[in-house]
Design a protein around this ligand. Structure first.
Ligand code: 1GP
Length: 252
């Protein structure tokens, strides 16, 4: 099953998913790859996302090391820069930063890399990427030269997500920014969820299984955890346990 079909199938069963985000820049040492890798092998999140805002090379080396641990868990490129594209991954989130007004991030970089990506044959999943204010300036805002949407304007955020869906994007990612002080609030996630049917990914600033549960409970389909697991890889067990608990409740 390809990655998009896996996501659609899980959503149709009301099953929640967990992605671990690994930043190639933070994981250059094989010792830290081994640490997080062994927790991934043991606890099995649904996906490993690879990407970062300040890494401008192919993450091939990281991916080939990760393969020793991930088994059949898909490795998905979540690119912070076109140079991060590599056909060594299982799929690519082909994203457009629809919260901002930088044409290069909306369509420019996508057009520049589309042919190469198509020719590689990698699975691509189109995604509307919406940056919301997480309480401090994010690397994404700085590097893309865009401003996040105000978290206190849920209507505008929901309208942006809806427009992304109506434009044909297959996923929406609500991003509070890596290392956000405040993850996206439940009320915000709910207001986006009400408007869209496509799968909803939520990430940025989550440090506890309770925060992940709150996001899933409010309507996120996939929760993404990055920084926290880089620092405390053993906590992956807690996030997976929370996902499993959510999914057991959904089935009852
Ligand atoms: C960033 O949403 C992801 O793109 C994850 O953020 O690193 O803060 O978990 P954190």
């Amino acid at each position: 099953m390809n990655v998009e079909d896996y996501i659609k199938h899980a959503c149709s069963q009301h099953q929640k998913m967990l992605a671990v985000l690994l930043d190639p820049e933070e994981l250059l040492e094989s010792e830290s790859i081994c640490q997080i890798g062994s927790h991934i092998r043991e606890h099995r999140p649904d996906f490993v996302f690879v990407g970062g805002s300040t890494f401008f090379e192919s993450p091939d080396a990281l991916i080939s090391q990760l393969r020793n641990y991930t088994g059949d868990i898909p490795i998905v490129i979540f690119p912070g820069h076109p140079a991060q594209f590599t056909p060594a991954a299982d799929a690519l989130l082909f994203l457009s930063l629809i919260s901002g007004n930088n044409p290069d991030m909306l369509i420019g970089q996508q057009a520049a890399s589309a042919r190469k990506i198509k020719e590689s044959g990698i699975e691509t999943i189109s995604m509307g990427y919406i940056l919301v204010d997480g309480g401090r300036e994010s690397a994404t805002a700085r590097i893309t030269g865009t401003r996040p949407l105000s978290a206190s304007d849920p209507e505008r955020i929901a309208d942006t997500a809806l427009a992304g869906e109506m434009l044909g994007l297959h996923l929406i990612y609500l991003e509070a920014g890596s290392g956000a002080l405040h993850p996206a609030r439940g009320s915000l996630i709910r207001s986006v969820r009400r408007f869209i049917r496509v799968p909803l990914i939520v990430g940025g600033g989550m440090h506890s299984a309770a925060e992940a549960e709150a996001a899933w409970g409010a309507g996120a389909d996939i929760v993404v955890i990055g920084n926290h697991l880089e620092e405390f890889p053993a906590d992956l067990a807690l996030f997976v346990e929370a996902r499993n608990k959510m999914n057991t409740h959904q089935k009852l």
